[in-house]
Design a protein around this ligand. Structure first.
Ligand code: A3P
Length: 339
């Protein structure tokens, strides 16, 4: 975490202003003032809560999730860093689990946004600090979180619920993050440059990061307990989607049987959940706002591996590569930067 201290960006003078207009509770506003903070990507500030960075409006949900969520053995938890392909993973897992209940033509994914079918625990279910009763949801309940492994609620670790982690190389996820946040950043905040965001990213100061700690928490747990945590990468999903879908289905306890393989079910789900197909579904098209900030269409930008080459200069790429080598070296986790 030492690197996070090296971020030295000019923070705006806000003494007269409400630092967190999206945060309702005075208690939370006060708590936020006690935390280390840096310039935010989406909001004015982001905060260091324990070991990870989070925006003020998301922290209420994170804390409520940590305090209240009771995992069940049959739960499936999808875990990612923002902009790692979460939307894609949600659609695939939902389709695998529900394939016997409804055909793809009749899939609720055609009519309902996938983020409503497989909701975020921290950023949706518990967002404003509420504590909804989730006990009536039929098994398997499938939820998503961005919270790092060590900070997950104890019941997720102590039950036999399954965790699927989707990791994306930080070069592409950085570029994706930057696009997403600049598009959603409120107009009353000064724009934030690619270079400033890059400095913060390399120092670990990005949502739910440092990215390397996030990767390693789930990576190490997947090595220790492969029945508990399945570690997938965006790049492998792009390169061999069919193989990764089989791994996923086996892990979830919904393996594809011979007949299904013969009927081409894996290919059909893969095609249905592809970037091109998902982007065209009505509930994913432009015009719907999520959480007041994001238009749903912004979850579908380019969907490629290697787009970072169009944005990072050679010296930026060298710098990020050094961070990756230093932080992930020796872990056995090797990420593909191109396919
Ligand atoms: P890009 O900005 O690089 O295009 P998340 O869902 O975690 O917010 O991640 C969003 C990223 O995943 C975006 O990356 C988006 O385009 C990409 N994505 C969304 N749906 C996808 C799909 N079905 N297949 C591949 N990539 C997808």
């Amino acid at each position: 975490m030492n690197n996070t201290k090296s971020v030295a960006l000019q923070l705006p003078n806000t003494e007269e202003e409400d630092d967190e207009p999206d945060v309702q509770s005075q208690e939370m506003k006060k708590f936020l003032k006690s935390l280390p903070r840096e310039r935010g990507w989406l909001n004015r500030y982001q905060y260091l809560y324990g070991d990870f960075w989070v925006s003020g409006f998301a922290l209420t949900g994170v804390i409520s999730f940590q305090q209240n969520f009771q995992a069940k053995d049959s739960d499936v938890i999808l875990a990612t860093l923002p902009k790692s392909g979460t939307t894609w993973l949600k659609a695939i897992v939902y389709s695998i689990i529900n394939r016997k209940i409804c055909s793809l033509d009749n899939s609720p994914l055609n009519t309902t946004n996938v983020h409503d079918l497989v909701p975020f625990l921290d950023c949706k279910v518990y967002l404003n600090g509420q504590n909804p009763d989730l006990s009536g949801i039929p098994p398997p309940r499938v939820f998503t979180t961005h919270v790092p492994y060590p900070s997950l609620p104890e019941s997720i670790k102590s039950t036999t619920c399954r965790i699927v982690y989707l990791c994306r190389n930080p070069f592409d996820s950085f570029v994706s993050l930057w696009h997403f946040h600049t598009r959603a950043r409120p107009k009353d905040l000064e724009p934030i440059s690619l270079e400033d965001c890059f400095d913060m990213f390399c120092a670990g100061a990005s949502g739910f990061g440092p990215f390397w700690d996030h990767f390693l928490g789930f990576w190490k747990e997947s090595l220790k307990n492969p029945k508990k945590v399945l570690f997938l990468t965006y790049e492998d999903m792009q390169m061999d989607n069919k193989l990764q879908m089989k791994r996923l289905a086996d892990f979830l306890g919904y393996p594809f049987v011979e007949n299904e393989e013969k009927e081409g079910i894996i290919d059909k789900i893969s095609k249905f959940c592809s970037f091109e197909s998902m982007r065209e579904l009505q509930p994913n098209k432009s015009g719907n706002k999520r959480g007041g900030h994001f238009d749903v269409s912004s979850f579908f930008r380019k969907g490629e591996v290697g787009d970072w080459m169009n944005y990072l200069t050679p010296s930026m790429a060298d710098r990020l590569k050094k961070v990756v080598d230093e932080k992930l070296g020796g872990s056995g986790l090797n990420l593909k930067l191109l396919c």
